[in-house]
Design a protein around this ligand. Sequence first.
Ligand SMILES: [Zn+2]
Length: 207
Amino acid sequence: MEVVTIKSKFLRNLFDQNTYVLKNENEAIIIDAGADVDDVEREVQGLNVLAILITHIHFDHVWNLEEYIKKFDTNIYISSGQENRFSNSRLNASFMLHNDFRIDMTNAKIKHYDGTLHLGSFDIEIIETPGHTKDGVSLLIDGNLFSGDTLFNGNIGRTDLDDSSEIEMAESLKKLKETEFDVLYPGHFKSCFREEALKTIESFLNY
Ligand SMILES: [Zn+2]
């Protein structure tokens, strides 16, 4: 499996958001939807796009999702009961931009995470990791952990937003500490190996 990181050009990379394309033979999966659709399309050319997996519905992670829906005509996975985030600027955090960002999901094929996902040649373990947001998930795929805004290389996600919880964040970090993975692919900034990621977790759990 190949992992391609595509940086969102949104606001001149102010947020340094990562959109990931996972490729395996003639199949691909997209994780989050911040990057420009053209950049993603180039990566998945000739491949069967099996799904778009959203780590959490914050504006920077779904900034171009409407374009993706039109272009890729594939299933969109989110946590259950969270659709209102697409049209709520407090919950999708776009209030920070003084922007009433909303996505029209009328024609979207929405699916809800429910345990392990088997998509084509991809086995995906869904780890519920609330704390930064209620709907946060981390995705374990072939030894790679896609942690959204729960865990970064050297930091953790902020817990001062509308539906954040420091207590849930600590529980989620403990879960990730117990998770066997080789490489961390966070929702922002650079990836790192497990050892580095564990140091970050430890420093926050012991704080
Ligand atoms: Zn976020």
